[in-house]
Ligand binder design. Sequence first.
Ligand SMILES: [Zn+2]
Ligand SMILES: [Zn+2]
Length: 266
Amino acid sequence: MTLLSGQWGRALRTTGRFALDLVLPPTCSSCGEEVDQPHSLCPACFIRMHPIGEPRCDQCGVPLPASTHLGRDARCVSCELHPPVWSKARAAYVYDEGSRDLILSLKYADRTQNAIILARQMNRAGRDILEQADWLIPVPVHWRRLLERKYNQAALLARAVSRLAVVPVFVDALQRPRATSRLASFSADERAREMQDAIRVRPRAVDTLKGRRVVLVDDILTTGSTAAACTSVLLSAGAASVCLLAAARTTPDAQEDISQTELPED
Ligand SMILES: [Zn+2]
Ligand SMILES: [Zn+2]
């Protein structure tokens, strides 16, 4: 038994947190304003976030203005014409000015606690695919980028979702042996070419993934090229199905509004 285990440990930790809150009140994870609860947003930032609810395309997760825009199998026109390789996709928020600060500061500014807020809504948005899942697998980053950022934001999100949905994370099932260029300004063909051989299943993961239902976790779903590359290698390795769960996804409108240079790499 360690010194801080059991009831005393809990009481001390609670008191410690209370004392810390008196010295440093919790702040909004997006703008830094004071808030009542840690890991939360102030009312102004909260209303700038746009959770994706129904109706949305079952396969790519894009929000739709009305359910009349859904075709057969509850899919959007784009998925009917060009079905993605993954089975279903869910995203917690629309990628817009509201969610951008939260996600980019998770990615580039060490605000790792933002994963907790995003994961809450990812768990809600992805409930149906999470209920069926055997493994959560984060989209990998190249080791050089991992050295720069010290962590993989997709792995932080996967861990936070795992705690809520009680689905295990296979954190290094995928690896990214080759660094890729920024994909946002590429054409679909160029993106596919750029992603070829950029991602692979770690050999020791193959047995574990055979016949398993995988949920691939990422921060932002933009063009879907990275997700498609991950899905293809997972299916080739024998995974039974691959679904996607993202913190946010761009919408066709946003892709026109946000200039190419502002679009996040996916
Ligand atoms: Zn705020
Ligand atoms: Zn779709």
